[in-house]
Design a protein around this ligand. Structure first.
Ligand SMILES: CC/C=C\C/C=C\C/C=C\C/C=C\C/C=C\C/C=C\CCCCC(=O)SCCNC(=O)CCNC(=O)[C@H](O)C(C)(C)COP(=O)(O)OP(=O)(O)OC[C@H]1O[C@@H](n2cnc3c(N)ncnc32)[C@H](O)[C@@H]1OP(=O)(O)O
Ligand SMILES: Cc1cc2nc3c(=O)[nH]c(=O)nc-3n(C[C@H](O)[C@H](O)[C@H](O)COP(=O)(O)OP(=O)(O)OC[C@H]3O[C@@H](n4cnc5c(N)ncnc54)[C@H](O)[C@@H]3O)c2cc1C
Length: 669
């Protein structure tokens, strides 16, 4: 019997029964996901956090108003900075990231953009002398920074940003200015009340000539008093759909002067006498965005896997209805519809999490080359990340929402934890480039690929499948072709045929005299679809390669079930494309569906163990429905009773407003 280290006394017997059925060791799967030392370190960090009340919430934070949420997160930040190094290794991003998740959850914390964008922007874009001047101070948290790029009027079209940075040769300073209301910086995280420095993206002007957007380090609040610096107007933009613990802010510069050396000068430079040296690649000032796009894949996958953890555990302790009359109410996870909703969410979560590791590694490799002036692979990376951030944010959002709905009424309550997860995750469709825009960035690269092929030019590894025109018939069920291969080839066909079709349409419209821009806009929806199919193929191949590399037989077998479910689901979801060009017929698509339904049955006994192996602690999960012990109902009642509205039997507002109204109504009788 495999070891399931999560079986404990006092747990709901329905969930214990699930853990006893596992065909693999959850501990071994955790090691496969996190690696040997980190899997153990995560558990130790979680255990340490539990011992320190100053790091824990006094009450569920969904009961609190925004001001209190922000205050609590600031208080806990200080506790983490004071005692955190006793708990985790601050030099390990993985350990620190886990501590942050335990202590702060998803809703934001005062240092998020400092660590996720401000520091990476300096690390990637400051020259060595600037890095030495700023990074140690930023790491010691002598100040807190954020990344101020988006404006009230423009977020997507960076070339139209209005904030200016005009070089004054006489004083060797830049003058930062916000010329209009639409030029106010708007949205930067932690800008509202926390940050005292920003990296401001502004149009560089020298001698009246514009050189496009560049990054400048600007102090916006006094380091001692935290009062806005002269010429700065700054504040919080107000409540949002989610991330309300984060003080996203607005900012205006009124002719604010900064020293010349506060322009980040690793790639572009301005000399003391005002001579501009351009970067080796025009988009190097967008480096911090590339970093977040690479990092956010794993962050988004993490949220999906948390939602799946909640919904799958809950579905094993919730009984409702009978499958066979008279046999008693079943766990709701016995229903095929429930399995389809939840196991496909689980499969996407695992796929994105493991592929996210590969994306991170690829990013780190290319970022290192870029740092040394080699930008050869930047276009490939930009295209890949543009597609990845879009597909993963959107499909994760759908998966999380399915998890929420799969919990019925209780899923709609904040006690489930899922509404907040959805609200935070879905922001990923917007930040770091609105999805429709980013999909089109990738589509440019795909269309170019088809043109290169037509001209007999070499294709990057990522696009080589475009040349495989012999893949023109679905081979599912053929002898010598296993399910995985047939499905990957089908995804290749879907991507290739979609990209070919839209490129042919673009070319034909242009040949008829339409401008390139208008032809593009007339095909924009299909271009985003082409981008989607290409990215889904890339994820599928990368996930398959990752699973094939697993050495532990039981774990490879467990993840193969997840991989095959993922592949069948993706193919079924895009099956309409298989009929185009006669690649597949409806019987073959029905075979894929049958395979998918069989996989649901196969995965069912291991469902709780898959999510247990992902090892999200109850502290981090912040969910009554997803509790590891499965004791949901008693705790739902406790949660409801602890709600501030129940502090008094008679609410003062009832006494003040409703009672007089009712008494008056009675007195009229
Ligand atoms: C104590 C605690 C300690 C530690 C904590 C540790 C860990 C933290 C852990 C957890 C964090 C917790 C919580 C955080 C939670 C949530 C929040 C997280 C992050 C939120 C951050 C959000 C930040 C932002 O949103 S910043 C703003 C982002 N803005 C955008 O993305 C704007 C989008 N627009 C663009 O990118 C571009 O303008 C454009 C791509 C749309 C177009 O650009 P442009 O007009 O300039 O170019 P084009 O003409 O279209 O293209 C010309 C060619 O250039 C190519 N191109 C474009 N961009 C790039 C690029 N980036 N790189 C390379 N090439 C690029 C393009 O492809 C064209 O090429 P071609 O060959 O000519 O076709
Ligand atoms: C939670 C959150 C955190 C954020 N944090 C930061 C931060 O820390 N720092 C920062 O600088 N910014 C931040 N932002 C801003 C964010 O990066 C922008 O909102 C985002 O880039 C989208 O830009 P926009 O708001 O201008 O959308 P718009 O571009 O106005 O998009 C509106 C619609 O227009 C469409 N559209 C726009 N242009 C095109 C086009 N060329 N082709 C086709 N369709 C188009 C879009 O697809 C979308 O449907 C944050 C935003 C959010 C929601």
């Amino acid at each position: 019997m495999p070891l399931n280290h999560l079986i404990r006394d006092g747990d709901n017997p329905d969930i214990t029964e699930e853990r006893q059925k596992a065909t693999f060791s959850t501990e071994e799967l955790a090691i496969e996901i996190y690696g040997e030392p980190l899997a153990q370190r995560r558990r130790e960090i979680s255990a340490e956090v539990l011992k320190r009340p100053e790091l824990l919430d006094d009450c569920p934070h969904v009961f609190l108003d925004r001001t209190t949420k922000v205050e609590n997160s600031m208080k806990k930040t200080v506790a983490v900075m004071e005692k955190g190094s006793e708990i985790c290794d601050f030099t390990s991003r993985e350990e620190l990231g886990h501590l942050v998740c335990e202590v702060f959850g998803d809703d934001g914390f005062p240092l998020s953009i400092h660590f996720v964008m401000f520091l990476p922007a300096i690390q990637g874009q400051a020259d060595d002398e600037q890095a030495e001047q700023w990074i140690p101070r930023a790491m010691r948290l002598e100040f807190i920074g954020t990344y101020a790029q988006t404006e009230l009027g423009h977020g997507t079209n960076l070339r139209a940003l209005e904030t200016t940075a005009t070089y004054d040769k006489r004083t060797q300073e830049f003058i930062l200015h916000t010329p209009t209301v639409s030029a106010y910086k708007w949205w930067p995280g932690n800008l509202g009340k926390t940050a005292n420095y920003v990296i401001a993206n502004a149009q560089l002007y020298i001698d009246g000539k514009s050189h496009g957007p560049h990054n400048f380090l600007v102090q916006i609040r006094d380091e001692n008093t935290h009062q806005p610096m002269p010429g700065i107007t700054v504040g919080d933009i107000g409540p949002k759909f989610g991330l309300n613990t984060n003080d996203n802010g607005f900012l205006r510069f009124d002719h604010v002067r900064i020293p010349r050396r506060n322009m980040l000068m690793r790639h572009s430079k301005v000399s003391a006498d005002g001579v501009y040296s351009p970067p080796v690649h025009p988009k190097l000032s967008y480096g911090a965005m590339i970093f977040v796009r690479a990092t956010m894949i794993r962050m988004l996958a993490h949220v999906v896997l948390k939602a799946a953890t909640i919904a799958i555990r809950y579905s094993c302790v919730r009984r409702q209805g009978e499958i066979k009359t008279g046999n008693g109410e079943v766990k709701i996870l016995e229903y095929q519809t429930q399995q389809h909703r939840l196991f496909t969410a689980l499969a996407r979560g695992f796929a994105y999490r493991l592929v996210g590791d590969e994306v991170k590694n690829l990013y780190e490799k290319i970022a290192e080359e870029v740092k040394h002036g080699n930008v050869e692979q930047l276009a490939d990376l930009h295209a890949l990340l543009s597609g990845m951030k879009s597909i993963v944010s959107y499909d994760s959002g759908k998966a999380i929402e399915q998890c929420r709905m799969a919990c019925g009424g209780h899923g709609y309550s904040h006690a489930s934890g899922i509404p907040e997860m959805y609200a935070v995750e879905i922001a990923g469709c917007t930040y770091e480039g609105e999805n429709m825009v980013m999909l089109q960035q990738q589509a440019r690269y795909l269309v170019k690929g088809i043109h290169r092929l037509a001209h007999g030019e070499e294709l990057s590894t990522m696009l080589q499948y475009l040349a495989n025109t012999s893949n023109n018939k679905f081979r599912i069920g053929e002898s010598g072709v296993d399910l995985e291969n047939a499905l990957i080839l089908a995804l290749e066909y879907i991507a290739r045929s979609t990209i070919e079709r839209v490129t042919a349409r673009l070319d034909s419209l242009q040949n008829k005299g339409l401008s390139a821009e208008n032809a593009w806009n007339e095909n924009a929806v299909e271009l985003t679809r082409a981008s989607r199919t290409h990215t889904r193929l890339w994820i599928a191949r990368c996930f398959r390669d990752r699973v094939h590399r697993i050495e532990n037989h039981a774990i490879r077998s467990a993840l193969t079930d997840i991989l095959e479910l993922f592949l069948t689901y993706e193919v079924v979801d895009m099956s309409q494309y298989l009929y185009q060009g006669g690649y597949a017929n409806s019987d073959q698509v029905a075979q894929v569906k049958d395979a998918m339904y069989k996989l649901l049955e196969k995965i069912r006994p291991n469902a709780v163990s898959y999510v247990d192996a992902y090892e999200v602690s109850d502290t981090e999960l912040r969910s009554v429905l997803g509790r590891r012990d499965g004791n949901v109902y008693d705790n739902l009642l406790k949660w409801a009773k602890s709600n501030p509205l129940n502090r008094t039997e008679v609410l003062p507002a009832v006494e003040k407003h409703l009672m007089p109204m009712m008494l008056a109504a009675k007195s009229k009788l």
